[in-house]
Design a protein around this ligand. Structure first.
Ligand SMILES: Nc1nc2c(c(=O)[nH]1)N[C@@H](CN(C=O)c1ccc(C(=O)N[C@@H](CCC(=O)O)C(=O)O)cc1)CN2
Length: 288
């Protein structure tokens, strides 16, 4: 029997917990605040930002969306980040990715106060994650959401083999670090990996984040594997689909995430969770 890992339901559960935490903070007169900066008019990014705003408002989080034209200068964009760094009502700042060509995304992310880096993309937080440092710090939301999905399966990860296909800053690299921190044996595969199928067939946990529709087919998975599909691709009819041939692998795998309704909703729920985490950490530190 194959388990479908229902990202929508898990996101609903996580959002309910987040809402309760927001209500508890409200009793003390505290409202977590999230600032999202979006540059340009990419329709997919606009949709994701709208969804983040709606979810934040629904959970009782203060949400500010700053829309900037694609022609904004690097200096002006950094200026907006500085403004939110200094705003005590804002706990989390994120810059929607990708930025239009000509803007230096890494420089913008590095300008965010690491304590407010709700996406977990700041080099200080990335370094903490890669060194598995103890303590409170934000991490990338998509892989953190995937770790929550894996936890929901109540299986032991220690010593098992994880293969992450894709090495992006947002998903592949932090995902590999989190799985390693969970004591898994981790292989990262990417576009230059030779004999990819031989590598993916070794995976007890296979995470695929390549942007190539239906890259992974039945012969590429180990029987009983847990398959996490991070793909957000369009098929020939323009329908949203994943990097994994869901129907083709279904009977062979132990558990699998659907697209849509898998990793995507968990990314936004985890962003809300992390906004509240940061607010609570700041309260614990006495707002320093
Ligand atoms: N600053 C960031 N930029 C980007 C991130 C990120 O985590 N931080 N991740 C992605 C986009 N993203 C959130 O920003 C995101 C993508 C997709 C979904 C989602 O819920 N997808 C739905 C389908 C939606 C559709 O119909 O298109 C699903 O999978 O069910 C949420 C968040 C890149 N940029």
């Amino acid at each position: 029997m194959t388990t479908i890992i229902d990202g929508k339901q898990l996101a609903k559960d996580l959002n309910a917990q987040t809402q309760q935490r927001v209500a508890k903070l409200a009793e003390r007169g505290i409202t977590p605040g999230l600032a999202v900066i979006i540059v340009g008019d990419d329709p997919a990014s606009a949709l994701y930002v709208r969804n983040k705003h709606r979810k934040a408002v629904k959970l009782g989080i203060k949400s500010v969306v700053r829309e900037l034209p694609a022609t904004v200068s690097q200096a002006d964009l950094m200026g907006v980040v500085t403004e939110y760094n200094q705003d005590p009502t804002i706990n989390g700042i994120l810059v929607q990715s990708p930025l239009p060509r000509g803007l230096d995304e890494q420089a913008v992310v590095a300008a965010i106060d690491p304590k407010k880096d709700v996406d977990g993309f700041h080099p200080v937080n990335v370094g903490r994650l890669f060194n598995n440092l103890p303590g409170n710090y934000p991490v990338s939301c998509t892989p953190r959401g995937i770790m929550t999905m894996l936890a929901s399966l109540h299986i032991h990860l220690r010593g098992k083999h994880a293969v992450v296909v894709g090495r992006s800053r947002i998903v592949g690299r932090p995902m590999a670090a989190m799985l390693l921190n969970a004591d898994m044996t981790v292989t990262t595969a990417h576009v230059y990996t030779k004999h990819l199928s031989d590598v993916t067939r070794e995976a007890d946990v296979l995470v695929v984040a390549t942007g190539v529709a239906h890259l992974i087919k039945a012969n590429d998975v180990k029987p009983g594997a847990i398959v996490i599909d991070v793909g957000m691709d369009r098929d020939d009819q323009g329908k949203l689909t994943g990097d994994v041939d869901f129907d083709g692998v279904f009977d062979r795998v132990g558990a699998i995430t659907p697209v849509p309704g898998g990793v995507g909703p968990m990314t936004i729920a985890t962003l809300m969770q992390q906004t509240v985490d940061i607010c609570e950490w700041s309260e614990q530190r006495g707002n320093q």
